[in-house]
Design a binder for this molecule. Structure first.
Ligand SMILES: [Zn+2]
Length: 261
């Protein structure tokens, strides 16, 4: 994993990382410097629990850092103050509501409560005209049904997509984007890799979900936004593109979806 590509002129966007989670939270300056050195010039920093909201707000003015606020399904038992959420989103130029979604695999998280938190945050995103960062595990049919019932199409991205092209196309049909992460760097990840190869050129994004998801040769806890360059390299090879072209197209998509400068 030591091969070095020259940093692409377009700059890479890590469309999903968690700068408020350890170990990244302990060295945000270093994380961002290493990212920029690797050509990852912008990151979308997603919220997790409500305790992550204030630290995230404090990062929102930083060069290349774009924030998203929301309540993750794993912590949907927390009190969700929609007024506070909306104030933070407006007050810190947030580029998305997230991360939000459904996870029916995780134990101890009431499904109805997850659905309520998810739908109310979709309402907030719609009211503010913001895209959403979607987490979905073992709840694809339920999520698709909710998204289909919405009065207007939901703008956003299914993050860390690792399933096959058939399921991907059902989200694409609703107008959503798909983001690929560490999974596509793994030679055995056939489903994710075929989706990454097949995703429409104008809907495909890259991300790391740092520090949560490992890459081939990089343990989860060691993953940083700079590794989005590894994901771009994997995407390039799956799609028969140059590294530069894969960076260009995913960056253009991220900038359009999130309205990034
Ligand atoms: Zn995440």
């Amino acid at each position: 994993m030591q091969s070095r590509d020259t940093a692409p002129a377009a700059g890479i966007v890590d469309t999903h990382c968690h700068l408020t989670i350890a170990p990244l939270s302990a060295d945000v300056d270093g994380v961002l410097a290493r990212a920029s050195e690797a050509g990852v010039t912008r990151v979308v920093a997603a919220a997790y629990d409500t305790a992550s909201w204030d630290p995230l707000a404090a990062l929102s003015g930083r060069n290349g850092v774009f924030v998203a606020f929301g309540l993750h399904p794993w912590v949907s038992s927390e009190e969700l103050d929609l007024g506070r959420l909306e104030r933070l989103l407006r007050g810190h130029n947030a580029v998305a509501v997230g991360e939000i979604g459904l996870d029916f695999k995780i134990e101890g998280c009431d499904r109805e409560r997850q659905v309520r938190a998810f739908e109310s945050q979709l309402d907030v995103a719609a009211a503010l005209g913001l895209p959403v960062l979607l987490h979905c595990r073992s709840a694809f049919e339920e999520m698709l049904a909710i998204l289909k019932r919405r009065p207007a199409p939901v703008k956003g991205v299914v993050h860390a997509f690792s399933r096959g092209p058939e399921l991907m196309r059902r989200f694409l049909a609703l107008g959503l984007h798909v983001a690929f992460g560490g999974a596509i760097t793994r030679p055995g990840a056939d489903r994710a890799r075929s989706s990454a190869a097949a995703a429409p050129v104008d809907r495909v994004l890259v991300e790391t979900d740092a520090p949560s998801i490992g890459l081939e040769g990089v343990e989860a806890n060691d993953v940083e936004p700079r590794h989005a360059a590894f994901v771009v390299r994997a995407l390039a090879s799956l799609r028969g593109l140059s590294f530069e072209d894969a960076a260009l197209l995913t960056t253009a998509n991220a900038r359009r979806l999130f309205g990034l400068s």
